[in-house]
Design a binder for this molecule. Structure first.
Ligand SMILES: Cc1ncc(COP(=O)(O)O)c(C=O)c1O
Length: 456
């Protein structure tokens, strides 16, 4: 049945579609890189779901109760009880966003030459492992590498590969194991409870601490309730409690399922580890009862962590993204299947067969989306992951050329997404006229944020 938004609108934020001439000027001025276009010149912004959520009236009300004392402000205790109630994890520190929790954890546990397994590391997780001299190893199941293959839990970790790794001499070099819920780098795909249990058991058998990258924990739990046999009658809250009862702790960016615009935390059962981490926290974020956040922001996260378990909200959220993906499939636009929790990923290589990877087909589609509809998506392909082979000097392309359309939480209505679908349908009808791009300027690292292009 059609699923309407389970809220009504109390405050509106105007958005405006720039004229075609204005859009063209913005594209040229930005060197065809949408990261360099001002947000006010975007009509529908699907760049990310991170920090872009609309807060509820309850969260906004909480902001007024911000206690800005340096130490021991009341909002810290609200945050603490939310972490304990929702996740069942006893010790924690707040941080201003997820990557700081990763920094604290990995700088404490990872030393050069060590290996951290995961289903798929998110970019910041990988960078934090690598900047401590470690190797971030992805052990997601093979199905995740095939965009068209249907699988209910495409974020699952390959337990045979994990066992083989743990049973090998490399075990000595594994300080902890991670699992990302949902698997953002693999298309926002969920991990099943059975898989989490299996992974946790292997970690216990081999004495490896098990930590979860919890950014989209509620969306993952909703998928478990919908898709996993025997889970359909449990509450999402109970599923979340079970997931985290299996782990030693987690890193969390509250900019996703914390329904907040800023915030995060590190939580653990290991009191000594949290005490060690607090020393570094004081150095890089602030006193342990505020961790780089204002008291009012702590309150928004504390409320958001409880609110996100609302099953009417989750039903709408996941159904909205799924319907968006289905609308694209119905119009012959190829996407990664099944649709993930927070975004739709278009397979640009399949959609634009006339543009080879050397001419960045996914970036060409990102440009077309803005040019034709004022829509901002993000390239996840050879602009982001391509590089030059250091030995041969030949270019190496990404395995997939994707455009990610991430859906912010509670921000856009179904009709906004219908508009994006219509824009893509119109692009489909003249896709053979789209042009590839070449890079004219680029930074040595993370080039996708700042590089400039020329159209061919
Ligand atoms: C899976 C995952 N882990 C970690 C992070 C990092 O969180 P933050 O942007 O708050 O530093 C993100 C952000 O997008 C993410 O998606």
């Amino acid at each position: 049945m059609f699923q309407p938004e389970p809220w009504r609108v109390k405050v509106v934020e105007p958005i405006r579609l720039p004229t075609p001439d204005e859009r063209e000027e913005h594209l040229v001025a930005a060197g065809f890189n949408l990261f360099d276009v001002a947000a006010e010149a975007i009509f529908i912004d699907l760049l990310t779901d991170s920090g872009t959520s609309a807060m509820s009236d309850n969260q906004w009300a909480g902001l007024m109760l911000g206690d800005e004392s340096y130490a021991g402000g009341r909002n810290f205790y609200h945050f603490e009880s939310a972490v304990q109630d929702v996740f069942g994890l006893p010790y924690f520190v707040p941080v201003h966003q997820g990557r700081v929790a990763e920094n604290l954890l990995f700088s404490t546990l990872v030393r050069p030459g060590m290996i951290v397994p995961n289903n798929s590391h998110f970019d910041t997780t990988r960078a934090n492992v690598e900047s401590n001299g470690g190797e971030a190893r992805d052990l997601v199941i093979d199905a995740a590498r095939h965009p068209g293959e249907e699988h209910p839990f495409k974020g699952n970790v390959d337990l045979d590969k994990v066992r083989a790794l743990f049973a090998s001499p490399e075990r000595e070099r594994i300080p902890l194991a991670m699992l990302t819920l949902t698997n953002n780098s693999g298309g926002g795909q969920p991990v099943s409870l059975a898989n989490i249990r299996g992974y946790a058991e292997l970690c216990r058998e081999f004495g490896v601490p098990f930590y979860i990258d919890a950014c989209r924990f509620a969306e993952n739990a909703w998928f478990i309730k919908q898709r996993e046999e025997g889970q359909e009658n449990r509450s999402v809250a109970a599923i979340v409690r079970e997931i985290f009862s299996l782990a030693d702790g987690c890193t969390m960016s509250a900019k996703k399922d914390g329904l907040a615009n800023m915030g995060g935390f590190f939580a653990s059962r290991d009191r000594a580890l949290v005490e060690t981490i607090k020393q570094r926290l004081v150095l890089i974020e602030g006193f342990p009862t505020y961790g780089g956040l204002a008291g009012r922001d702590l309150e928004a996260v504390a409320r958001g962590l409880r609110e996100v378990l609302d099953e009417e909200y989750l039903r709408f959220r996941i159904t909205q993204v799924e319907a968006f993906g289905q609308g694209l499939i119905d119009r012959g636009i190829p996407i990664i299947r099944p649709t993930g929790g927070h975004a739709v990923y278009i397979d640009a290589r399949d959609f634009l067969p006339g543009i080879p990877p050397a001419e960045f087909p996914a970036q060409a589609l990102v440009v077309a989306l803005y040019r034709e509809g004022g829509v901002r998506g993000v390239e996840i392909g050879s602009v982001m992951f391509g590089r030059t082979d250091p030995e041969t000097g030949e270019p190496i392309y990404a395995p997939l050329e994707l455009v990610r359309l991430a859906v912010p939480r509670r921000v856009y209505t179904n009709s906004h997404l219908q508009y994006v679908t219509d824009v893509l349908e119109s692009i489909r009808d003249h896709r053979d006229r789209l042009r590839g791009l070449r890079i004219t300027e680029q930074a040595p690292m993370l080039r996708h944020f700042t590089c400039r292009f020329a159209e061919l």
